[in-house]
Design a binder for this molecule. Structure first.
Ligand SMILES: *Cc1c(COP(=O)(O)O)cnc(C)c1O
Length: 413
């Protein structure tokens, strides 16, 4: 269900007109819908209700404390990929016992921080990482809970930058190496090999790669059981796709059914790390049109939002639906929607049919809740956008727009 809909020709986020937020907070601004965010989390969690499971929301996707506090309120967990994300998750009230930590480059300091906090599991991605984690656990008189991130070598059929479970990828360890690492960890008193993990990619629009990965992991689980290793947690990562344009991704219910069937009674607690499917369609980026610029070749709508605010179109060639905040019946024209950044790669949409929007008019870039604000930067000395959370008929600024002073913080002439 879309929570950003027109009422009386005005685009709303739940009960609040986006034009009001733009007027009062300024643009560019990220606007999240609380009902959409929570609704997606609850639907995903409910889809797995038949089996023991824990939903660990992927923090990197949209990490504002107000969103993470929703995750905490629903008693769900977090998937983190850095010490900074650990700090965010804990600050928002997500208990360490529900936090899993993925990533190929955890530093010693980050490991120590996560060990001391008492996280649920380290998703270990290499032999040298296991060695370092073991050493740090020993130094701190702790035992590190470990899941090896297995690279099952399946093609997720997604953009190459977000495919993570192919054998040429930097992520995880191949099945055979994982088997050897489990045996090593079994004999190491400083680590507890309690889990198995994989995350094969993002924006998957078919259940088949998930089913293939699961069957490879199950085969490994069986071998480990024979070798005397009881794995209690199976983490299948995130990756479920959403509709940006014409995609038809499986619903959380279909996805869950495939996984629960594939598990076939395997005595493990499932961990899921959804991100995009939770936040993607729960957020929009609202921008103002600065100029309607005609060149001999093209028509450009130059907006105050740019690639530093939303990099997905530039980085992945991603499609985001863009709609005028004030609905109009004017004939659409073909435009490129671009920002002020000094790069020809700075665009939000190319060759898009949009009704003419005058300077000062507002556009909503839809499906911008995932990998939107979190991937934003200060390129071209542009302050990062404000973030707003709508709850019913009310909204609040949950991250202030950056100021000039923020831009030079910590710098010395
Ligand atoms: C990014 C990431 C996720 C979330 O992926 P989505 O496609 O947004 O669901 C989950 N787990 C890990 C390890 C990740 O890196």
């Amino acid at each position: 269900m879309d929570h950003f809909v027109y009422k009386d020709s005005e685009l709303y986020a739940e009960g609040v007109p986006l034009s009001r937020i733009a007027r009062e907070v300024g643009t560019p601004v990220y606007v999240y819908g609380s009902a959409a965010f929570e609704g997606h989390l609850l639907a995903f969690d409910a889809a797995f209700s038949r089996v023991p499971h824990l939903v660990c929301y992927s923090v990197k996707v949209a990490s504002n404390l107000a969103l993470l506090a929703k995750v905490a309120k629903l008693s769900l967990g977090a998937d983190i990929v850095s010490g900074g994300e650990l700090f965010r998750a804990l600050t928002a009230g997500i208990p360490a016992s529900k936090i899993v930590y993925s990533g190929v480059g955890k530093t010693a300091a980050e490991m120590a921080e996560a060990l001391d906090a008492g996280i649920l599991a380290f998703n270990v991605e290499s032999a040298p990482e296991l060695d370092l984690l073991s050493q740090i656990a020993k130094d701190r008189g702790r035992q590190a809970p470990v899941a090896f991130r297995v690279n099952p070598d399946v093609d997720p059929g997604t953009h190459p930058y977000v495919a993570t479970g192919l054998k040429e990828s930097k992520f995880g360890v191949p099945v055979e190496e994982a088997f050897a690492l489990y045996l090593r960890a079994k004999d190491d008193p400083n680590v507890n090999p309690m889990g198995m993990d994989c995350h094969i990619g993002s924006q998957l629009t078919s259940v088949t790669p998930f089913a293939d990965a699961l069957s490879r992991l199950k085969a490994l689980l069986a071998r480990l059981r024979e070798a005397g290793l009881a794995i209690s947690h199976l983490d299948l990562g995130g990756g479920l796709g959403i509709r940006y344009d014409q995609e038809t991704p499986p619903s959380p219910a279909e996805y869950a059914q495939t996984i629960v069937e594939g598990l076939a009674g395997e005595p493990v607690t499932l961990i899921l790390e959804p991100g995009r499917v939770v936040a993607g369609n729960a957020g929009v980026l609202v921008v103002s049109v600065l100029y309607d610029k005609l060149t001999p070749e093209r028509r450009f709508l130059v907006t105050d939002g740019a690639m530093n605010d939303l990099i997905r179109p530039s980085l992945y060639g991603s499609h985001h639906s863009i709609v005028p905040v004030a609905q109009t019946s004017a004939e659409p024209v073909k435009v490129n929607v671009v920002g002020p950044v000094c790069e020809s790669g700075d665009f939000l949409a190319k060759d898009r049919l949009l009704p003419p929007v005058p300077a000062g008019g507002l556009l909503a870039v839809k499906s911008a809740g995932a990998y939107g604000f979190t991937m934003s930067s200060n390129y071209n000395a542009r302050p990062r956008a404000a973030e707003v959370l709508v709850e019913g008929d009310a909204y609040r600024v949950v991250r202030a727009r950056e100021t000039r002073q923020d831009l030079i913080r910590g710098e010395t002439p």
